[in-house]
Design a protein around this ligand. Structure first.
Ligand code: BGC
Length: 743
């Protein structure tokens, strides 16, 4: 294939150019044989290569390693781990002839009900961005493309093909676009995938504001925008808005519409060429990496999937240090009972386009038997069945209760059934199945040593039994080797270190989106910037488990913080935290850095994550952990001014979670920016509350005059001459405004 894109554009006919702008079939771009332009292959996904055996069809997918899903990867807060995962995904892509991996997904977890939450990283844009940057850079450094998705506001599955997400400018920028912005600027993904839904009245695939004004003009993105599958409605409008490639393809109707629109002058040759050039550029990039169909390193990647999974499970509770079940503890014990359908029918990934056909699959029961049966009797009983009627479930429960009574430990595998967590629909509530809740509660009444393992991809309500059981591990959806990692965690061979990247509220009704989820034909994001912990903190709401929370088998003491007390414009803030492992196990601690601004012109959340780090320490070991963040990370989005950093005092908070802040340090931040938003219509009291406004007022009015205006200060400035004519004339008002503008 010719490598000079300009030359290619000259040789391609109008029809051929149009044909490049939609897929050749479900997973491939269109080839132009006359010019030896090959098709390239784009497949899901985020945690495994969903390679379809017959490239023209959807299923079945060939086997590939199913790594832990995004919810788990994120809980590791570990960029090295993301790198390992992404490198392995790139390797499997090469071995399968895949050119572009359709991931990662970085939409915000606005509600725990969101059907695809397991595919997304977090409720926090900063964390999501950092993880996605590492993922994309690694995959692309290995010669495989990525698709950053779903741009944007795919925060629910209900009516996902048509719902209109109504989002005000500030939350749109500060929450729903923020991660995209950072990732686009720092990692430059080969493709961005435009979402199914509408945003403020326009489909994401046809949204000039999002695709042209923001993505291209503001952020400078010049790679390719691809539609989510079948997400293009009006092809001409989409192309004009900046959508290059429609996927999938094979139906020439839209190609013909493009041809006609160019002939009618509705689309310029330039617009057509630009999009075709981006497709050609993608193909050329893909061709640079040699792909060879070969066997996957199955055993090695299964082991890697296990290693990764071990870093992604969150210890939620461990009363009386029941866990881990170390050899020393087991010397005096005889038996363990494993309960739960999910111990055998493992849940390890979600349903939908991200679903991988795993090369292997370990079950919890086998993993526990392998690990413990030489030391203990390992018994199993299902305890519940997701398929069974209430009566049968009662019988299963009664049997489990009888067996559990005289066992040393009871490990219950609970979680959400497959069909409850899937792409395509949201959950109705955040409850576990009724039969599981009852079983856990009643087992806890007959045995004091209950360990609950949860398998689910988003927050669940655990109030029915959380205070009655001793230990709980949130295993998430940990991929094909998750069971092995979990057995190691239970045995203490791995010390859990992961932390939640999504708040677990006490109940669904506490979630800030509750009144506005999922909407009807449109959904209003009424909570604004207050999603996740930003809201729970602001409302001082008790939660079940806060954002950033997770326990370890060891203890960490936060000994000291060294941070500057001043930050000049454009400077990086560098600080260090001294952490000591004061417990008995080697372990890793995830340290979080939050900021808050003392007196912002617009309201800001009490805490915003702006940094994190992970440190591994032996018992008794003490070390400094370096953290840093950019000056720009202090900014918030002002609807009229854009991203601004105001000169102010900020608080830097170092925490073990968003609700466990160990150090708070004041810092003075410089900024040459001054917000000048006062007008004649602004209430006089706001003029007085604003530094520059007050200065301008005081140049014209005396303290006594200001005092006398008293009661009328709530009126707009321009009205004062009417109510306080003795103190303020029309000329005074004009002068105040002039002085203010010149300051
Ligand atoms: C999903 C995308 C996915 C695509 C291709 C769509 O239904 O929303 O995330 O990449 O299908 O499978």
């Amino acid at each position: 294939m010719e490598k000079n894109i300009d030359k290619l554009l000259k040789e391609l006919s109008l029809k051929e150019k149009a044909s490049l702008l939609s897929g050749g079939d479900i997973w491939q771009t269109e080839a132009v044989e006359r010019l030896k332009i090959p098709s390239i292959f784009l497949v899901d996904g985020p945690h495994g290569v969903r390679y379809v055996a017959d490239r023209h069809h959807a299923d079945p997918a060939k086997k590939a390693t199913c790594f832990p899903t995004a919810v788990n990867l994120a809980a590791s807060w570990d960029l090295d781990l993301i790198k390992k995962t992404a490198a392995a995904l790139a390797e499997e892509s090469k071995a399968r002839g895949v050119d572009v991996l359709l991931g990662p997904g970085i939409n915000m977890k606005r509600s725990p009900l969101g059907g695809r939450n397991f595919e997304y990283f977090s409720e926090d844009p900063f964390l999501s961005a950092e993880l996605a940057i590492k993922f994309i850079k690694t995959v692309q450094e290995n010669g495989i493309g990525t698709s950053l998705k779903h741009y944007t506001a795919n925060n629910q599955e209900y009516k996902r093909f048509s719902i209109d997400a109504q989002i005000d400018e500030r939350p749109l920028r500060e929450i729903y676009l923020a991660a995209f912005e950072k990732v686009i600027k720092e990692a430059n993904p080969w493709t961005v995938m435009a979402a199914y839904n509408q945003i403020n009245g326009d489909f994401a695939t046809e949204n000039t504001y999002l695709l042209q004004d923001i993505l291209r003009d503001e952020w400078g993105y010049d790679n390719l925008v691809v539609s989510d599958w079948w997400a293009v409605h009006n092809r001409v409008k989409a192309l004009k808005a900046g959508l290059d490639l429609e996927m999938p393809g094979a139906d020439p109707v839209n190609d013909q519409k493009i041809v006609e629109a160019v002939q009618a002058g509705e689309i310029s040759e330039f617009e057509l060429d630009q999009a075709a050039a981006r497709v050609l550029d993608l193909i050329l990039k893909a061709l640079e990496t040699k792909k060879e169909e070969r066997e996957l390193p199955e055993a090695e990647h299964h082991q890697l999937a296990k290693e990764i999974a071990g870093e992604t499970m969150v210890l939620l509770k461990n009363q009386g240090d029941l866990l881990p079940l170390t050899e020393a503890k087991l010397d005096t014990k005889e038996s363990m009972l494993v309960v739960g359908e999910l111990a055998q029918k493992v849940r390890y990934q979600g349903i939908g386009s991200s679903q991988v056909n795993p090369t292997r699959l370990d079950t919890h029961l086998e993993a526990l038997e392998d690990k413990f049966s030489e030391k203990l009797e390992v018994h199993y009983t299902p305890g519940y069945s997701s398929e069974a009627e209430a009566e049968e479930n009662d019988n299963l429960k009664e049997k489990a209760l009888r067996i559990a009574e005289n066992k040393d430990y009871v490990i219950i595998y609970a979680g959400l059934p497959d069909k409850v967590e899937a792409e395509g629909y949201d959950r109705d509530d955040i409850q576990l199945p009724k039969e599981q809740n009852q079983l856990i509660e009643e087992l806890a009444a007959v045995n004091p040593n209950i360990i609950v393992v949860l398998n689910n991809g988003s927050a669940v309500d655990l109030r029915e039994w959380i205070n009655k059981v001793s230990a709980v591990i949130e295993a998430g959806l940990p991929g094909q080797a998750g069971a092995l990692a979990l057995a190691d965690i239970i045995a203490g061979e791995i010390n859990p270190s992961a932390k939640l990247t999504e708040t677990y509220p006490l109940k669904l009704e506490d979630n800030p989106s509750y009144l506005d989820f999922p909407g009807s034909s449109s959904v209003r994001y009424g909570e604004g910037i207050y999603i996740g912990y930003r809201y729970y903190d602001k409302k001082k709401k008790e939660v079940l488990f806060p954002f950033g929370y997770g326990l370890s088998y060891t203890e960490f003491a936060y000994r000291a913080l060294e941070a500057p007390d001043h930050l000049a414009e454009g400077e990086k803030l560098k600080l260090k935290v001294l952490i000591e492992n004061t417990g008995q196990f080697k372990g890793e601690e995830i340290v979080q850095l939050y900021i808050s601004q003392d007196n912002p012109s617009l309201d800001r959340p009490p805490k915003e994550l702006k940094g994190f780090g992970k440190i591994e320490l032996d018992p008794g070991e003490k070390e400094w952990l370096d953290l840093e963040f950019d000056y720009e990370d202090l900014a918030y989005y002002h609807p009229e001014e854009g991203w601004i950093v105001e000169a102010d005092h900020f608080k830097i908070m170092i925490g073990a979670s968003s609700r466990d802040i160990k150090f708070t340090e004041e810092i003075e931040v410089e900024s040459s920016f001054t917000l000048k938003s006062l007008t004649a219509k602004t209430p006089f009291e706001d003029w007085l509350a604003d530094g520059l406004g007050k200065k301008a007022v005081k140049e014209i009015l005396t303290e006594a005059e200001i005092e006398e205006i008293g009661f009328f200060k709530a009126w707009p400035l321009y009205r004062l001459h009417f109510f306080a004519a003795d103190q303020v004339s029309l000329e005074d008002i004009e002068e105040i405004i002039d002085i203010y503008q010149d300051l």
